[in-house]
Design a protein around this ligand. Structure first.
Ligand code: HEM
Length: 74
């Protein structure tokens, strides 16, 4: 089954990630914002520059990539 934003991806973002990035540029709790910025978000997750205070595990980064490649389901 394809990964879903609500079940698999949204829970990976902490409240502080959402708040920080909402002030900065986009809303990580919002599906269309994440879809629109997915390539950019992935780049930062993959190079471990975001979140600045706690990079994701390789496994979670790969999960985000798989969600992207599978068509970014709701
Ligand atoms: C999973 C969590 C996060 C993701 C996916 C994320 C994603 C991104 C992306 C894609 C950019 C680049 C935007 C651009 O260049 O147009 C960015 C920039 C930035 N983010 Fe985050 N972010 C996350 C968490 C955070 C947190 C927790 C903070 C603050 C404590 C933060 C603060 C910033 C700031 C200040 C910038 C602009 C400065 C810079 O480029 O380093 N982000 N973030």
């Amino acid at each position: 089954m394809a990964l879903s934003f609500a079940q698999d991806i949204r829970p990976l973002f902490r409240e502080k990630d959402i708040e920080c990035m909402r002030d900065y540029e986009f809303d990580l709790s919002n599906l269309s914002d994440v879809r629109m910025n997915a390539a950019h978000i992935y780049e930062r997750l993959h190079d471990k520059s975001m979140p600045q205070d706690g990079p994701w595990s390789d496994e979670d980064v790969a999960k985000f990539k798989r969600w992207m490649d599978d068509g970014m389901s709701e």
